[in-house]
Design a protein around this ligand. Structure first.
Ligand SMILES: Cc1cc2nc3c(=O)[nH]c(=O)nc-3n(C[C@H](O)[C@H](O)[C@H](O)COP(=O)(O)OP(=O)(O)OC[C@H]3O[C@@H](n4cnc5c(N)ncnc54)[C@H](O)[C@@H]3O)c2cc1C
Ligand code: SF4
Length: 412
């Protein structure tokens, strides 16, 4: 079956099927799934609540630990975290933790539960640059501690890669909207369409707020030098952002070559097929046994009809023809394409913010930079570059700001 751009890949559980899945849980003591969740979402606890039909308790456990639990339920690579640690792996297959979390957060929405609470105002204000998952989670945690929070976002709408990266079929925009609404309801003020460094300077922000948290992510796609100036080439993140901004109304050419072997490459290639491209070939440096993309994403791309060629490096580009060379064998491959998409990584674009950088991360001690008023989080900070890690870092960065302001207060 050919799927359209917006058709969700995964179908959700019903009340009966979610209970069946929760009944398979072994209710482990010191549950390995909970220890393996980077964001501390505590699957063992919420699955136990589901088993006892306490969906309200399950929703509270998720939301109190993870302000964007509905998003994580859909996009978290659970096979690398909680599900990999699940005790049931040794018996048959892991519990579908992401699927159960999705059912609970959808239920929370259907019955209109309001779980996130704002703390008593403490008179202090925090400015956050970037409204991706880390900025959103940090905002929720800071609002819970009583801070006034303002989020500056250069794009037209909030959400970072949740809105302008991950395709609609994996993460519908309505899910992103409702997570943001919850944080807005807590009192966060969003200033979208405001580029810090252009519309307002970092120094102005520092004068206005007690602390500034930079959650600007890694928003620029990397280029391979040989493709610079080739007018058929663009990066996967540019392409995916445009498709999302246009709600999938994008004309795509017949033949496309995607270069890269990670999840972003799979997203671009699958999106192209769903938008009607006739032939999409993904060429990756990695061999299949070392592929960076998750099994789910690789399988999704294959099912959509993407041809995957592994172990090849681009050697030369001449107009619409790319020549690849095999990593180990003396073999070459020439592919003609109407369009070439590079999915070879992302990097930050934070020159205007005056951060000291070490590679793609800001130089910091934990989340504290050398400037006592400036903190960093998300993809700009050390640790995995995934949504669930962005949540973890957002929580920890909020705590670091809180502790720093308390230390500063006690010195005055
Ligand atoms: C196509 C794609 C698919 C992905 N799929 C998954 C997945 O399935 N699962 C997963 O776990 N992870 C996935 N990731 C990775 C994940 O999205 C990132 O790790 C995560 O979004 C990082 O969060 P963040 O808050 O640090 O930054 P981002 O989400 O990048 O958000 C940063 C925000 O800051 C804004 N900003 C930047 N500079 C400024 C400025 N000067 N002024 C104002 N605003 C600014 C940007 O516009 C952006 O909105 C994917 C990434 C991509 C690109
Ligand atoms: S590790 Fe698996 S079986 Fe054990 S509590 Fe967690 S989900 Fe249930």
């Amino acid at each position: 079956m050919t799927r359209g751009y917006s058709d969700e890949t995964q179908q959700g559980y019903t009340m009966d099927t979610v209970m069946e899945e929760a009944q398979r849980c072994l209710l482990c003591l010191d549950a390995p799934c909970s220890a393996a969740c980077p964001a501390g979402t505590d699957p063992a606890r919420f699955i136990r609540s589901v088993r006892f039909r306490n969906l309200k308790g399950a929703a509270e456990t998720i939301r109190e630990n993870n302000a964007i639990g509905g998003v994580c339920a859909r996009v978290c690579p659970t096979e690398r975290y909680c599900q990999q640690a699940c005790s049931r792996c040794g018996i048959d297959r892991p519990i579908d933790i992401g699927g159960i979390q999705r059912f609970v957060t959808d239920f929370e929405e259907t019955v209109g539960m309001e779980i996130l609470k704002t703390g008593a105002a403490n008179g202090k204000k925090i400015g956050i640059i970037g409204s991706g998952p880390s900025g959103l989670q940090a905002a929720a945690a800071l609002l819970g501690l009583g801070y006034e929070v303002h989020i500056y976002e250069k794009s037209e709408k909030a959400g970072g890669y949740l809105r302008y990266g991950i395709p609609e079929y994996r993460l519908p925009e309505r899910v992103v909207d409702r997570e943001i609404e919850k944080i807005e309801k807590m009192g966060a003020e969003f200033h979208c369409g405001t580029d810090i460094g252009t519309d307002c300077t970092m120094d102005e922000l520092k004068e206005t707020y007690d602390a500034v948290l930079v959650a600007a992510g890694a928003s620029v796609g990397k280029w391979l030098p040989m493709f610079e100036g080739n007018d058929r080439t663009e990066t996967a993140v540019e392409f995916l952002a445009r498709v999302k901004a246009k709600g999938g109304k994008e004309e795509v050419p017949d033949h496309v070559v995607v270069i890269g072997g990670g999840d972003v490459a799979m997203d671009a290639a699958t999106t192209l097929k769903r938008l009607g491209a006739k032939r999409v070939t993904d060429v990756a440096y990695e061999e299949l046994c070392e592929f960076l993309a998750s099994e789910k994403e690789l399988e999704g791309a294959r099912q959509a009809g993407v041809t995957i060629i592994d172990g090849y490096i681009p050697e030369q580009v001449d107009g619409n023809t790319v020549t690849f060379k095999h990593r180990h064998m003396d073999a070459r491959l020439c592919l003609g394409a109407d369009k070439i998409i590079l999915a070879v990584g992302q990097k930050p674009d934070v020159k205007s913010l005056g951060l000291e950088m070490e590679g793609n991360e800001a130089k910091a001690d934990g989340y504290r930079t050398a400037d006592p008023e400036v903190f960093v989080t998300g993809d700009l900070a050390e640790g995995d570059k995934t949504v669930v890690w962005a949540v973890r870092k957002g929580k920890e960065a909020a705590q670091a700001i809180h502790e720093s302001l308390q230390e500063r207060g006690s010195r005055l």
